[in-house]
Design a protein around this ligand. Sequence first.
Ligand code: MIC
Ligand code: SF4
Length: 643
Amino acid sequence: MPATLTEKIIARHIVSGEMTAGSPIDIRIAQTLTQDATGTMAYLQFEAMGVERVQTDLSVSYVDHNTLQTGFENADDHRYLQSVAAKHGIYFSRPGNGICHQVHLERFGMPGGTLLGSDSHTPTGGGIGMLAIGAGGLDVAAAMAGEPFSLNMPEVIGVRLEGELQGWASAKDVILELLRRLSVKGGVGRVFEYFGPGVATLSVPERATITNMGAELGATSSIFPSDEVTRQFLRAQQREDAWSEQIADEDAPFAEVITIDLSAIKPLVAQPHMPDEVVPVSEIAGLKVDQVCIGSCTNSSLKDLMTVAAILKGRTVHEHTSLVVSPGSRQVEEMIARNGALADLLAAGARVLEPACGPCIGMGQAPPTGGVSVRTFNRNFLGRSGTADAGIYLTSPEIAAAVAISGEFVDPSGQVDLPAVELPEVFTVDDSMIIPPPDDPSEVEVVRGPNIQPIPLRDPIPESFEATVLLKVGDNITTDDIMPAGAKILPLRSNIPAISQFVFSGIDPEFASRAEAIQPGLILGGQNYGQGSSREHAALAPLHLGIRAVLAESFARIHKANLVNFGIAPLEIAAADYEALEQGAVLRIEGAREAIAAGKPITAEVVGTGRTVSLTCDLSEREREILLAGGRLNHIRQRRQGA
Ligand code: MIC
Ligand code: SF4
């Protein structure tokens, strides 16, 4: 039977379940990655599992998010992460070595393998033909402990690429085009698998830009085949031995095929405040721009920065516009330093930052009041930049560089030729900032600073309870809305009691104090609740504030799994009931555990109104068990004790 590449990889790693779209499956995870903002929790959870050494083929801990070190907190986290990695057989990529996805692609990714990462952009690894999936830290901790990863068998969508990109059109525009067509909900439950004659025209970093930002479609993952282009990339990285051919069969049974003619793609831009608000750049030409930021795990490869440098060479950044550049990895940074591209960037007036997430996660470089900021990143959610009323526009590095020079939106297509850049055959490889774990960790002491607080655990959901709707929000609520990041809040990632004070702070600054006063609480949301990042703090911090359940019309995949992992019930509510319920409503729920266990709807009485609403708990049997156990840590402990 012909198969897609996704199916082939899953078939090689499946532990249990049926490979029919939508059915629960468990797969073996070969590699894991964590980053520091989710990693401290992941390793605290891993430690709680009592496993001495990671059970994966390879696990890497990166430090890339919290590198600002405005206080002792970040530095303490780094020290904890380095020591806990050494203790348990994990590679440690030091702060300054680069963004997890970029470095993993360059130094560790394996075509045909599985990768689970505690970051939603883990599918970047799909650029070299890996099945790479983002998850909450607890799921990654469990994978490190040798547990399989559970997911619903995705529907595999084929994206057939034809033609070749022309002029100023870039790989970024391919994924923006898909977002334009499908929206931020369009990928839920799906893997996007690229195939067709256009694939060979794209380099690995270009492919990785596309698979990276597949996360914004809500997709489970995105993947390219591993072909001669992949082999060349791995050869340049001096690890050709990691290469294997990974391709779909001729008549692969895609659930649906989307065709994109690369030759017809034009430079696009996602306008504020969602990655799917996509229009051609030419449509907003002339709009004045205050800031341009080039970097992030989407667009900070050597090719990206060389292209930007070539566009800027001999020119000057517009006097009203600030240009900030952050390379994706130390490899990229070192190579542009040696080949002169960095000097061209500096001469043009670029402000160059260390290779890290930086402004993408609001760690500095907030735009001015009401500012217009053009970024090569993947998310433009309201407030994420650190300036509540700024408008963030997402484009390719090519367009961002042109905008930096002109100080306003421009599409130079047809007027100016895009300068061609040549990439070297062999890249500079220096892994001295990746520390391998010692063979004998007995002497290693795990160092914990005062900001590292225990993970909160709550009692499992009771059979009957009354709870109050503490907040009603709309559709497409992001985890940035639920648990904001940025320079002030991100350092508190290891301290749930402290960070919980900021839950929903951008939407309703009173939320945390209200939740502390009225317990237990409920949150009411619309469609695609919890889209965006994998941060389990968007579940852990509400848990700490006494949230028992989230009622929403539908949920994003990773956030739903995170809620279950910490024992908060994700309950689906019909649109009409969502409309009818308001903040302050008190719901009386009887027989919750029985209904969850049986997979039956839960009837909730709206106290004082005589009305009832029906709530469904659409979970697999395993997820229902986890929820009823009060979360995955309890569930794993109970199972291991029972075994
Ligand atoms: C993001 O881009 O939102 C992050 C920060 O990388 C998150 C992870 C986090 O919140 O730590 C993600 O994408 O999962
Ligand atoms: Fe870092 Fe931004 Fe990528 Fe998230 S999206 S991993 S914050 S660069």
